[in-house]
Design a protein around this ligand. Structure first.
Ligand code: ADP
Ligand code: MG
Length: 240
């Protein structure tokens, strides 16, 4: 689904991604772990061109997205993204948040978009919040709405950047449950997270990033029980 060749990203003199090569297959759940500042967010943001790579190539479903005549909007429709801080539109109701892109970008009829939105709200357990505003919701609820909003575009892959890091501990579980449901449905997912329980349970592969490179990767068992690199060991010793 996604092939990354020699991906490089610099912010001025700061070399943030240093030649990343990665293939993500349909149906995979790839969890990315690593210290703060190692380039995890930048890597995710390059995948949907929220950041423009400085070098290398990315293929999405067989098509290069890093050449010049790419259609960024079309690409973003197929890649849902969920951020740490939700990024809901504060002046819109939950229903409007979810239906905005399908109506504006996909030119969907309002009735159809709302029908899909209610189905998604049902899935994330928040049907009764359709006419609430984001400020009336808890963090966990906001994040479940953000997930529903991303799903409303029927993406082929979902990118999550620390989706539970801004939540009070008691709300982490409800968001992870929604994400696990997605896994069960076969969604292709790339997830940056510090939730090692989630990684152990559902990741098909764990990537350990440090200083702009994928230092080590493998199934969760291997990475967590038998890490090879000293930097992976050090990192895991700090967080586990
Ligand atoms: P992580 O998500 O692993 O914590 P990031 O990808 O956010 O790491 O950041 C990697 C490095 O790139 C950090 O040193 C960060 O300060 C820097 N960085 C990220 N975004 C920008 C930006 N827009 N401009 C300049 N530097 C940035
Ligand atoms: Mg980050």
């Amino acid at each position: 689904m996604i092939k990354v060749f020699n991906l490089d990203k610099k912010f001025g003199d700061l070399h943030v991604l240093k030649g990343i090569n990665e293939h993500i297959k349909k149906g995979e759940v790839v969890v990315i772990i690593g210290p703060s500042g190692s380039g995890k967010s930048t890597f995710l943001r390059c995948l949907n061109l929220l950041e423009e790579p400085t070098g290398g190539e990315i293929l999405f479903e067989g098509v290069s997205i890093t050449d010049n005549n790419k259609d960024i909007n079309k690409l973003r429709q197929k890649m849902g993204m969920v951020f740490q801080d939700f990024n809901l539109f504060p002046h819109m109701t939950v229903l409007e948040n979810i239906t905005l892109a399908p109506i504006k970008v996909k030119k969907m009829q309002k009735e159809e978009a709302e029908k899909i939105a209610f189905d998604l709200l049902e899935r994330v357990g928040l049907k009764d919040k359709a006419f609430s505003y984001p400020k009336q919701l808890s963090g966990g609820q906001k994040q479940r709405i953000a997930i529903a909003r991303a799903l409303a575009m029927s993406p082929d892959v979902m990118l999550f950047d620390e989706p539970t890091s801004a939540l009070d501990p008691e709300m982490v579980g409800e968001v992870l449950e929604v994400m696990k449901d997605l896994v069960a449905e076969g969604m292709t997912m790339v997830v940056v997270t510090h939730e090692m329980g989630f990684a152990r349970e559902v990741a098909t592969r764990v990537l350990f990033m440090d200083k702009g490179q994928v230092i080590e990767q493998g199934c969760p068992k291997k990475i967590f029980n038998n890490p090879e690199h000293s930097r992976t060991k050090e990192f895991l010793a700090k967080i586990l």
